[in-house]
Design a protein around this ligand. Structure first.
Ligand code: UDP
Ligand code: MG
Length: 247
């Protein structure tokens, strides 16, 4: 009889949009970080409509890395869509997200996971951003405006390297752009979030998918949406249930 597959406890979710050259090392690094933990895990790569052959590379990597699962989008749908699809597919009771471009360092994952003993989510904070000056400035501005508008104190919501308990993601419905507000959305549902300082590395292959202007343009409507949600948050719960009555 075939042995049942060991149940997966941890899912790593990675949105991939034209990251061909980065994928082989990404998988090697994630395995190097997670194998020593000695628990079964899966790596879910979401191909977000890549046109550079990323999907072919992923398919070649499958046989080398049996824990790799590949979800393929029909067309480019954005990072929030990719995260949402990965969350839905994930089997783990803990879920880690990171970028495919090797800017996040998988070696940080165990430290994020250890925070999940005490918190429902642990979000990365790239203390030394390895990005061009213009991007660092616009990101700082973005975080400042987001925190001001939402009353948050999250230093770096744009950092994809995050770890979540499954329950903290379950109630969320993501819309395009809302991945930048994950810590806020999670806290709105009553879950706890902590920040963890993480490493950041320069992008050596492929190109950034976001220009400074698109990011700023997207931020304003997204902010208004999240502010609206915060102002309309339903905070009550059923205190008591009465009935059914004997007839
Ligand atoms: N990404 C994606 N779909 C998109 C844009 C980006 O899946 O429409 C992925 C991309 O492949 C990368 C991550 O999201 O793994 C972050 O993108 P990027 O590195 O371009 O962002 P930056 O680090 O420049 O903020
Ligand atoms: Mg990047």
């Amino acid at each position: 009889m075939m042995e049942a597959a060991p149940s997966v406890l941890l899912s790593v979710v990675v949105p991939v949009y034209n990251e061909r050259e980065n994928l082989p090392l990404l998988l090697t690094e994630v395995r190097r970080a997670l194998d020593p933990l000695g628990e079964p895990y899966e790596i879910i790569c979401i191909d977000d409509g890549s046109t550079d052959g990323s999907l072919d590379v992923l398919k070649e990597l499958g046989p080398i890395h049996p824990m790799l699962r590949i979800l393929v989008f029909e067309q480019n749908a954005g990072q929030s869509a990719a995260f949402a699809a990965g969350f839905r597919a994930a089997h783990g009771n803990r879920i880690v997200t990171l970028d495919a471009d090797l800017q996040n360092d998988p070696a940080d994952i165990p430290r994020l996971l250890s925070e999940l003993d005490r918190f429902d989510a642990a979000v990365g904070w790239r203390v030394k951003r390895a990005d061009p000056l213009l991007k660092r400035i616009s990101s700082r501005l973005g975080n400042g405006v987001r925190n001001w508008a939402t009353g948050e104190v999250i230093a770096d919501t744009g950092c994809s390297l995050k770890a979540f308990r499954r329950e903290a993601l379950a109630p969320l419905k993501l819309y395009r752009g809302l991945h930048r507000f994950l810590p806020t959305l999670i806290r709105m549902e009553g879950f706890s979030v902590t920040q963890v300082r993480v490493n950041h590395r320069p992008r050596t292959h492929g190109k950034t998918k976001y220009g400074v202007l698109d990011r700023l343009r997207a931020t304003v409507p997204d902010l208004l949406a999240v502010r609206w949600m915060q102002s309309r948050l339903i905070r009550t719960s059923v205190k008591e249930e009465l009935g059914p009555w004997p007839s």
